[in-house]
Design a protein around this ligand. Structure first.
Ligand code: GUN
Ligand code: ZN
Length: 678
């Protein structure tokens, strides 16, 4: 029992790490405690776990004798989990140290450390490849040796490899398979000190992508609250801060929005006790040591406040909004955010499919969020139509308000040779709304999360115009005729429309019209409830799922208050319920049975072993350790089928984890079962 996940957003997670000295909640900040000259009691500021340096204790005769006798918890007066570093940092600073790997591991075990560290080599960024490879080999050899001499000690194993993404990945994969307890990502301090946050993103993502999901990751030496949110969104769980004291020694106050020099302050920057009780002038007139202590206290307060804010944002599903805000405090952080776009596909695999909060657009960088990519990859699950009518945004949900917006529409032929008969054009028709940031929203699914649960500015920026235009062009290729409202052409500068290269317009014409020549007064958009539930099911579970779930006559029960679809019955049997908050289907037993016979193994399945079979049938929740296989494409919060090895349906529920995590974890819940008894 080591680590389990409770909540997720993007690649960030709230986890519980169990150590010999208790459990802590991640993301967590571990203040660096000096074993000999610490003056600040970090417990008072919210530290649940700390990190100290084994090499300093080992080298100093007095400290060594003391810590060997009373243990590290007594020595630094901290009752909770203690991580120790090995002296690798001193190695990288001074080039040499007087201890070998085995000695320092054995020493850490003797002093009662909770999580020890082997003597990895922190290869700096941008060195020659040969050096990075050589040093990595030693780092890995020492990691292996540490496993042999660890005893009961929990162990870190540090990912190295300099700025070579493939070396980071290889290292992560190799040590990731060896069963360490925590995986730090090392030698990133020089990147952070020189504001090379974009390279930091590449290093972290190359590492995290290949590390086991079931173990916490520690971004070593990351102590500035400015980078916490970004690092958490990439899957980092632990941070350590010597920065609180180092910055204080330099009269600098940290904030999540940057660093402030005391010399320049006319007002204190936050509302921590230090900032409330002292003015900048008070601090400036103090003795150096007193001042330093107070600034360090401020730095700790603000760092822990940022960690708390991040945890709340994970629960709320607003982590990326926080990341986007934080990455605007420095241009190089903005570079990092823009670079993160490269990894959207990976992040999407971990990002929950439904969240508690609306999607707020904060700028063009928001267009790279997982939710948008997921939506655009799922719209072609809907039944194919011949013709497409694209309408401008109105109030959400669009399907409720679109009619008022139609007004007098005309179509103008702008591409292709002939103008078709309106009766033909408006037959077999897909109606969709075009809007920022989700590009194209087929009306049948416009209430499904996050297509109704999002806000973007009314005034469109250039990046969004380009993005929406490109996505629309891709989508339009699936249709024979397209009619576009001139409002869309205006809003997104779409007067030149490019269709799929190689598509022969004379043979298979996509005829694009703007709504200027045909009068559409008489045209009514009648959304059929039946079609709507089919489309939502297809969008959620895959093409054809609507037909499989609702093959015959159904009874659709709507909410008396909101008029929204709530329950779908066949005869008197409940098949599924459309959840009011996000218009996502929650299955009932019959729905689960139908989906199970419609979708082939292993899709949408979590397979449990024989031990868990009876518990699943009783409707008990599914723990990861009982899972023997699953659909790797399951996303957190997806509705899933729980089956046994013979693919017999036992139960169904909501996945707490994504497919990768379900496979990797052996602790904690994987699926919250809704009902067994199938
Ligand atoms: N502290 C900061 N960076 C590192 C690193 O790469 N390795 C170790 N062991 N400690 C560090
Ligand atoms: Zn303060």
């Amino acid at each position: 029992m080591n680590f389990e996940i409770k909540n997720k957003d993007a690649m960030g997670r709230i986890g519980i790490l169990t150590t010999p000295h208790g459990k802590i909640r991640t993301p967590a900040l571990m203040p660096v405690v000096h074993p000999g000259k610490q003056t600040i009691d970090v417990k008072e500021y919210g530290a649940e776990i700390v990190i100290t340096n084994a090499y300093i204790m080992y080298k100093n005769e007095d400290l060594r004798a003391k810590v060997l006798e009373e243990g590290v918890h007594e020595l630094i007066d901290f009752p909770g989990p203690i991580v120790t570093d090995s002296g690798s940092f001193q190695l990288s600073e001074y080039g040499d140290i007087d201890v070998n790997n085995q000695e320092i591991i054995e020493f850490q075990a003797l002093i009662g450390t909770d999580i020890g560290t082997s003597l990895d080599i922190p290869t700096p960024p941008f060195v020659k490849r040969e050096r990075a490879e050589k040093e990595l080999e030693i780092t890995i050899e020492r990691a292996i040796e540490s496993l042999e001499v660890r005893g009961d000690l929990m162990l870190n194993s540090v990912v190295q490899g300099s700025t070579f993404a493939d070396l980071r990945s290889k290292c992560a994969e190799t040590i990731g398979a060896m069963g360490f307890d925590v995986y730090p990502i090392g030698a990133v301090v020089p990147l952070m000190e020189s504001y090379r946050y974009s390279e930091l993103v590449d290093v972290v993502m190359a590492s995290v992508k290949n590390l086991p999901d079931s173990k916490p990751r520690h971004l070593m030496g990351a102590g500035h609250p400015m980078v916490f949110a970004l690092a958490v969104s990439m899957g980092c769980d632990l941070f350590d801060s010597a920065a609180y004291i180092l910055y204080a020694q330099d009269d600098r106050l940290m904030m999540p929005t940057g660093t402030f020099k005391l010399a320049n302050l006319v007002e204190m920057p936050c509302s921590c006790p230090v900032c409330i009780n002292y003015t900048p002038e008070d601090l400036r007139s103090m003795k150096k040591n007193d001042r330093m202590k107070l600034i360090a206290e401020h730095n700790l307060h603000i760092s822990f406040a940022e960690i708390r804010k991040i945890k709340q944002s994970i629960v709320d599903g607003t982590l990326m909004e926080l990341v986007e805000q934080r990455c605007r405090v420095h241009p190089y952080l903005l570079d990092a955010l823009r670079n993160l776009k490269k990894y959207t596909s990976l992040i999407e695999e971990y990002d929950p499919s439904s969240k508690n909060s609306a999607f707020f657009y904060s700028g063009p960088e928001s267009l790279a969020r997982a939710e948008i990519q997921r939506h655009l990859s799922r719209i072609d699950r809907l039944p194919k139509k011949k013709n497409l009518l694209l309408l401008p945004r109105s109030r959400k949900p669009y399907s409720k308000h679109i009619r008022n917006d139609l007004g007098k529409f005309y179509t103008k032929h702008i591409q292709g040779d002939s103008i078709v008969d309106p009766d033909e054009l408006f037959n077999d028709l897909q109606v969709a709304v075009v809007d920022v940031p989700f590009a194209v929203i087929p009306l049948e699914i416009d209430e499904v999360y996050p297509l109704a649960q999002n806000e973007a500015p009314i005034i469109t920026d250039e990046d969004s115009k380009k993005f929406i235009k490109e996505e629309l062009e891709k989508y339009m290729n699936g249709f024979d005729n397209v009619v576009i409202s001139s409002k869309i052409l205006d809003r997104f500068d779409m007067y030149t429309i490019e269709l799929e290269p190689g598509r022969d317009l004379s043979e298979n014409p996509v005829r694009v019209y703007s709504l200027e020549e045909y009068e559409l007064d008489s045209f009514k958009i009648d959304l059929d409830d039946r079609e709507k539930i089919n489309c939502i099911a297809d969008y959620q579970f895959g093409a054809g799922s609507g037909k499989a779930l609702f093959p015959g006559e159904v009874k659709i029960v709507k909410s008396r208050k909101t008029g929204k679809i709530r329950h779908i019955y066949e005869e008197d049997v409940l098949i599924a319920t459309l959840r009011a908050t996000d218009s996502v289907f929650v299955l009932d037993r019959d729905g689960a049975r139908r989906l199970h016979s419609h979708i082939d193994y292993p899709e949408k399945r979590v397979v449990v072993n024989a031990d868990a079979d009876p518990f699943a049938r009783e409707g008990k929740s599914i723990f990861a350790k009982f899972v023997i296989d699953c659909d790797i494409n399951i996303r957190t919060n997806d509705e899933v089928l729980i089956v046994n090895e013979k693919d017999e349906l036992l139960a169904f529920g909501k996945s707490i984890l994504c497919g990768h995590e379900i496979m990797d974890f052996n602790t904690g819940q994987a699926v919250k079962t809704r009902k067994g008894g199938i």
